[in-house]
Design a protein around this ligand. Structure first.
Ligand SMILES: [Zn+2]
Ligand SMILES: [Zn+2]
Length: 187
């Protein structure tokens, strides 16, 4: 199957990439910063995020990053482990202005488990569709940002135009070591 993917699936994947990227870049360090990010994404029930919730969330991010990068069989095993460890009990829900969608855990479950199970459900979809290649990382060696590649032939290489042009400039300088520094901009 090719995109367009369901909006909920894309949102879940972009959310987990954003959480992992911001944590890696030192932007997410406190319960308040996690609460703000979750609110930005419209993540439900996060107004009471505590320090313990935040610490439990930081602890599940390495597993999420592994699921993002691993090969299909490994992702399948990791997804199953997350479901088991978080005691996931998927059920269909419909609330506010959203149509029927899956909740992995009952209301009131710990935020870290909700995030991990949500990530596992999204990655389970990509395992079934055999389209994990869209879970990408920026090709700039100084940037490890995760992004979900929605291009038609999975050809997106950079997290942003900033990383893309920085890489182009570096490549230009490598080819033309004696060029004036602003000449790269015209390459
Ligand atoms: Zn919901
Ligand atoms: Zn980048």
């Amino acid at each position: 199957m090719a995109p367009p993917y369901p909006r909920e699936l894309v949102r879940s994947l972009e959310f987990i990439a954003d959480v992992c990227n911001r944590r890696r870049e030192g932007e997410l360090t406190t319960a308040a910063s996690l609460r703000r990010l979750c609110a930005e994404w419209g993540f439900p029930g996060t107004s009471t995020v505590t320090k313990a919730d935040a610490e439990a969330t930081w602890a599940v991010l390495p597993t999420i990053e592994r699921m993002w990068d691993a090969d299909r069989d490994t992702v399948a095993a990791l997804v199953n482990r997350v479901f088991e460890q978080s005691d996931a009990r998927p059920r269909l829900a419909r609330h506010d202005d959203s149509d029927w969608h899956l909740h992995g855990l009952p209301a009131g479950a710990p935020l870290a488990d909700v995030i991990a199970v949500d990530a596992a459900m999204a990655l389970a979809d990509l395992v079934r569709l055999d389209d994990l290649a869209r879970c990408s990382r920026c090709a700039d060696d100084r940037c490890e940002r995760m992004f979900f590649d929605l291009s038609r032939n999975r050809s997106r290489r950079f997290c942003s135009t900033r990383c893309q042009s920085r890489t182009n400039v570096a490549a230009f300088r490598a080819r033309h070591p004696s060029a004036p520094r602003d000449a790269a901009a015209r390459d």
